[in-house]
Ligand binder design. Structure first.
Ligand SMILES: C[S@@+](CC[C@H](N)C(=O)[O-])C[C@H]1O[C@@H](n2cnc3c(N)ncnc32)[C@H](O)[C@@H]1O
Length: 693
């Protein structure tokens, strides 16, 4: 979560190896790809970056491209540009650099991408058997410069790398065994050279990492060209073409002093250099630089004002075809600037977001975000003063009467009550107040589905943590030690190092959420075959109770730390149930109770991968084949763009991390648990049901 700025994990070592990487320190570097292999390659060299998978649909018409690498480069470019364009609008931040990449495999004139199913994988792999093929990765680096007037200059550097790979003759058995391993499915050409697929390969000519998914060496050279004032790229066998938006001349004038995009001698030609078939690792480079003619203005669609052309100068030789066709490279969802075959700007409505009158819904949204903290604190204060309890008992009080009851000033109370009305928490009639339905069902402290305890926890613990958010982001760790008197490291345990009152408050917070979300989780799957369950870290037993209600034949053992188990009695009257029992223990150290279904609700997100593996392997050890594992967490969207609830929670976590359903699935699979079903419940927690293989 704190990885969004590029820093060096081992600054010294990395600087020695690649001085250019240090130039990126402090910059917001974004990888427009979710490929775990690309992530790993870049992380391994010490880069820290944010991953924002592109929404660009990879549906470009391959027949429009003269050579396969053009297709890969164009796809990489569109991926990177889509993210560069979306981030300032959707994420409200402008990246410094966006990296897009696309890997394809070509054999016998065919482009092979990722197989859609096993038969497709078979088709691909059998076409590769016994032959040499090429792997191309197209890479696009979009460098964004935010100018003083908040316009953004975009510079595009794109290149590709080719590696030749020869497969051994593959027997049918071998092919199917490999396909049935599941490995081919998310990989270009249907194989992963870094894993089982490596066994199919006779030789590799060229950059191995290019086959894995990212040509690291070529990428570093490009970075060095951008940031290190290199004047020559004579080692590049490519011909560089510069086109300006108005189709006139290539430019050597940079509108921004940094980074230094080297300009090469330009031919103003649109011909595309053909890769030499003799070379196993071709490198081709196209640079662009902004502001072909500094005074040139482009009129924005739907507006009278003009913007400087340099704000969206894109130069792209590879999208321009020699036969005069216009490159049909625009995804229908994108409104990216495109260049016609004559070099004219075809469409340019991205700038509408830059200068025109702000849209009402944008202003409303920003207003809500800016005021969000005030609304939260008004709710917390009214809950703390027990305003909702009071108005439940005595509806129709005026501000002075409420003030007297809650022992507060009349003026302050009146402001608070009015604010609560505006937030839909209270209703007012002739200057008297009563609860809305929402307050009655969720905010009263004695309501069946009360969130009062959780609100208190937010006010006492999370609010102070968030007031240190800037330091947390700067330093890369939670500021928990600043807001609790002792200095515990473990978020799960720190509440228990404090007073009994603090422990109970924490348990009450967990209890509230478990009661509200428990039924949705307990009824998400057919669990009728399971008679005994164990809720690991089950706290007050509220979730366990929901499971027994939903499954009449089931009994549940709640396993939690002794300090929690001993206090859980306090909550028993609320969920008294003789099918729920408590066992005290530490799930990292003690033997786990036997059961045929294990429940892990809101446990794994708080654990680092290392601790998570320790816990999962302990569970796997006691699980027989067919045993169930029910995981309940907030599942992040696969592209990590939401839900905000999960991502905002991550900002105050001390260790652990929020994960997507797929990430959890992969972790569980490594311990033999196969994901059977996933439910996004529309309640506070999602759920995943796995079975021990
Ligand atoms: C975030 S709460 C979740 C509670 C409950 N599962 C729910 O969803 O409502 C985490 C729980 O894990 C328990 N816990 C933390 N570390 C533990 C450990 N090492 N062994 C057993 N329980 C632990 C805590 O006491 C706490 O009750």
């Amino acid at each position: 979560m704190f990885n969004s700025r590029l820093t060096l994990s081992d600054e010294k070592a990395t600087m020695v190896l690649n001085p250019v990487i240090s130039k990126l320190a402090g910059k917001l570097v974004v990888l427009a790809s979710a490929s775990p292999r690309r992530l790993e390659i870049l992380r391994n060299v010490g880069l820290r970056f944010e991953v924002v998978p592109s929404w660009f649909k990879e549906t470009l018409d391959k027949s429009l491209f003269k050579a396969p690498h053009e297709y890969a480069v164009e796809t990489a470019k569109q991926k990177a540009l889509e993210v560069a364009r979306r981030m300032p609008i959707k994420h409200l931040k402008t990246p410094d650099i966006v990296i897009g990449a696309d890997t394809i495999v070509t054999v016998d004139g065919m482009i092979l991408e990722k197989p859609v199913d096993k038969h497709d994988a078979y088709r691909m792999l059998s076409s590769l058997s016994g032959k040499e093929h090429s792997v191309y990765t197209g890479v696009a680096i979009v460098v964004c410069h935010e100018k003083e007037n908040e316009e953004v200059d975009y510079q595009l550097i794109q290149f590709y790398e080719e590696t030749k790979v020869k497969f051994a003759d593959l027997s049918e058995d071998m092919l199917w065994e490999y396909i049935n391993s599941g490995e081919p499915m998310d990989k270009a050409g249907g194989y992963g050279i870094q894993a089982l697929g490596g066994m199919l390969v006779e030789y590799v000519h060229g950059d191995f990492l290019n086959v894995v998914g990212f040509p690291l060496n070529h990428f570093c050279k490009q970075l060095s060209l951008i940031y290190n004032h290199c004047t020559s790229s004579s080692d590049q066998k490519s011909e560089s073409v510069h086109l300006s938006l108005n189709g006139t001349h290539p430019t050597s004038v940079l509108s921004q002093p940094t980074p230094n995009i080297p300009t090469q001698s330009s031919h103003g030609s649109s011909s595309i250099p053909k890769p030499s078939s003799a070379s196993s690792s071709q490198t081709h480079l196209t640079h662009c630089s902004p502001s072909a003619s500094p005074g040139h203005k482009v009129k924005r669609k739907g507006s009278d004002s003009e913007v400087s052309q340099s704000s969206w100068t894109l130069v792209n030789s590879l999208s321009k075809h020699t036969d005069g066709r216009e490159a049909k490279l625009r995804d229908s969802e994108n409104t990216l600037p495109l260049i016609s075959s004559s070099g004219q700007l075809i469409e340019h409505d991205v700038t509408e977001h830059e200068d025109s009158e702000p849209r009402k819904e944008d202003l409303r949204r920003i207003g809500e975000l800016i005021d969000g903290f005030k609304a939260s604190k008004a709710l917390f204060t009214a809950a703390r003063l027990r305003v909702f309890d009071l108005l439940h008992r005595m509806p129709g009080l005026d501000a002075a009467q409420v003030a007297q009851e809650v022992k507060a000033s009349v003026k302050g109370t009146e402001c608070l009550l009015e604010a609560c009305v505006s937030l839909g928490l209270l209703k007012s009639k002739e200057r008297t107040y009563e609860n809305t339905d929402l307050a009655t069902s969720l905010l009263r402290s004695d309501a069946c589905f009360s969130l009062h305890g959780y609100i208190q926890h937010c006010d006492d613990t999370l609010w102070p943590l968030f007031s240190h958010l800037e330091s947390a982001v700067e330093e890369g760790h939670s500021q928990r030690e600043k807001v609790v008197s002792n200095k515990p490291k473990d978020m799960l345990k720190d509440a228990f190092h404090n007073s009994q009152e603090a422990k109970l408050r924490f348990m009450n917070a967990m209890h509230c959420v478990a009661k509200v979300a428990g039924k949705s989780v307990a009824t998400a799957f057919d669990l009728s075959r399971y008679k005994t369950a164990c809720d690991l870290g089950g706290c007050t037993g509220a979730m366990a109770c929901e499971f027994t209600k939903a499954h009449p034949g089931m009994s549940v053992t709640v396993f939690d730390l002794p300090a929690v188990a001993e206090l859980s009695e306090r909550f028993h009257p609320l969920h008294s149930n003789n099918r729920v029992s408590f066992v005290a223990g530490d799930f990292f150290q003690d033997e786990l109770p036997k059961a045929d279904l294990y429940i892990l609700a809101r446990i794994l997100h708080d654990l680092t991968d290392e601790k998570l593996h320790i816990l999962l392997s302990k569970i796997a050890d006691v699980c027989k084949p067919g045993c169930g594992l029910l995981l309940s967490e907030i599942f992040l969207d696969e592209d990590r763009s939401g839900p905000s609830r999960g991502l905002l929670q991550a900002l105050s976590m001390s260790e652990g991390k929020q994960r997507s359903a797929t990430e959890y699935s992969v972790l569980l699979k490594s311990h033999g648990f196969i994901t059977a079903q996933i439910r996004h419940t529309d309640n506070l927690l999602d759920a995943m049901f796995c079975i021990k293989a």
